[in-house]
Design a protein around this ligand. Structure first.
Ligand SMILES: *Cc1c(COP(=O)(O)O)cnc(C)c1O
Length: 364
């Protein structure tokens, strides 16, 4: 393995600058604050205009200590291994800004995959090298390693992959982690729906690994906009250095703190979704126009169908919205369909039954 030297990867300006220090950074609140007077942050000491909700006049904890220690226990990591972002999207954006010099560096992404890596790179004027997945949407580590050049700072790997839904082979991911001396960002947004193990267990073995997870999917909290990054304390410190000081509101921190008690509920919902996914997979496979339903480790199915565009519009006319991305390489015939409630899935299936019936009539 070539040596991974974090310092050398960080953009010089990011390494050099002194971060903004919030009032709440300089004075970290002790447990008992009743007899303190806070005149340090130009808050409105009189209160807020929002009736019946105390505390909104005060800035929240910028580094979310309470939340991190609770999540650390749940995940079996240290609080220093955790970063919370305004969605995973914030972590993706910050990682690009820490490691990639605009107009000079580049990232490697797989194709097809989640679109935000590329979007965040374009905003930063960072070049994107796309490496095609194999025809069955597997990761070819050889291809990825060949695509890496000295300007490549980040490789984004999404597993389970969006939109194909499958997990990549663990050994292929490990091969990249071992042979790339830049940072590997492993997006595990859908890991709760997967039978594969998370990479969290081996976080300490790979100093160049950043794992992304989100509260937007299995936890059912897309509205809160919170994503997690897990990495070495050194990488987490860099994320904290450049993030907006108060990137998670106090309302969100409180809601999440309570939500972390409900792991069992999350797991029950994931189990129900997986059961629905299996049933839907079977039914969809039986339609004459369906070419292939890709095996999924996520809460959606990637379905190849004849005339997928026609099906997309048929479903829309039935007020059912699925995802159609024909312009993306390897995705021409595919629809990405989120697994819904049993009732929603039934509605999808009956709309497709009607489609099949009328398609048959047209042919005659
Ligand atoms: C949905 C999704 C996310 C979640 O992003 P948030 O900003 O946390 O809502 C992250 N990665 C992938 C691949 C996703 O599909």
């Amino acid at each position: 393995m070539r040596e991974f030297i974090l310092e050398d990867l960080v953009r010089p300006n990011i390494r050099a600058f002194k971060p903004y220090s919030t009032a709440r950074n300089e004075f970290s609140c002790p447990e008992k604050i009743d007899d303190y007077v806070f005149l340090d942050a130009n808050e409105n000491s009189l209160g807020s205009v929002l009736q019946g909700s105390g505390g909104n006049n005060r800035y929240p904890d910028p580094v979310q200590r309470r939340l991190k220690s609770k999540l650390a226990q749940l995940k079996g990591v240290l609080p220093e291994n955790i970063f919370f972002g305004n969605g995973s999207d914030e972590a993706i954006d910050l990682l690009l800004r820490i490691f990639c010099q605009p107009g000079q560096d580049r990232i490697v992404v797989l194709q097809p995959t989640y679109g935000m890596y590329e979007v965040a790179a374009h905003i930063q004027d960072v070049a994107v090298c796309k490496v095609l997945l194999t025809s069955d949407f597997q990761l070819d580590s050889q291809r990825v390693l060949q695509a890496i050049d000295p300007q490549t700072k980040l490789v984004f790997i999404c597993s389970p992959n969006n939109p194909s839904g499958n997990c990549f082979e663990r050994t292929a991911i490990e091969r990249i982690l071992t042979n790339f001396n830049g940072v590997v960002v492993l997006d595990q947004a859908y890991i709760d729906y997967s039978s594969e193990n998370s990479f969290l267990d081996v976080l300490n073995n790979f100093p160049n690994l950043v794992i992304l997870e989100t509260f937007s999917k299995a936890w059912g909290l897309a509205n809160l906009r919170v994503g997690m990054a897990f990495a070495s304390p050194a990488i987490i410190a860099l994320l904290n250095k450049i993030k907006a000081p108060y990137n998670l509101s106090g309302l969100v921190q409180d809601a999440l703190y309570a939500a972390l008690d409900n792991v069992a509920l999350k797991e029950n919902m994931a189990r129900e979704t997986i059961k629905e996914r299996h049933e839907l997979e079977e039914i969809l496979s039986s339609f004459s126009f369906v070419l292939k339903v890709f095996p999924s480790d996520a809460n959606f199915l990637f379905v190849a169908a004849q005339q997928s565009k026609k099906i997309y519009y048929w479903l829309l006319a039935n007020r059912i919205v699925v995802r159609y991305r024909s312009q993306i390489e390897l995705c021409q015939d595919y629809l990405r369909i989120t697994v819904g409630t049993a009732g929603e899935n039934k509605r999808l299936v009956s709309a497709l039954q009607e489609y099949e019936a009328q398609a048959g009539e047209v042919r005659i």
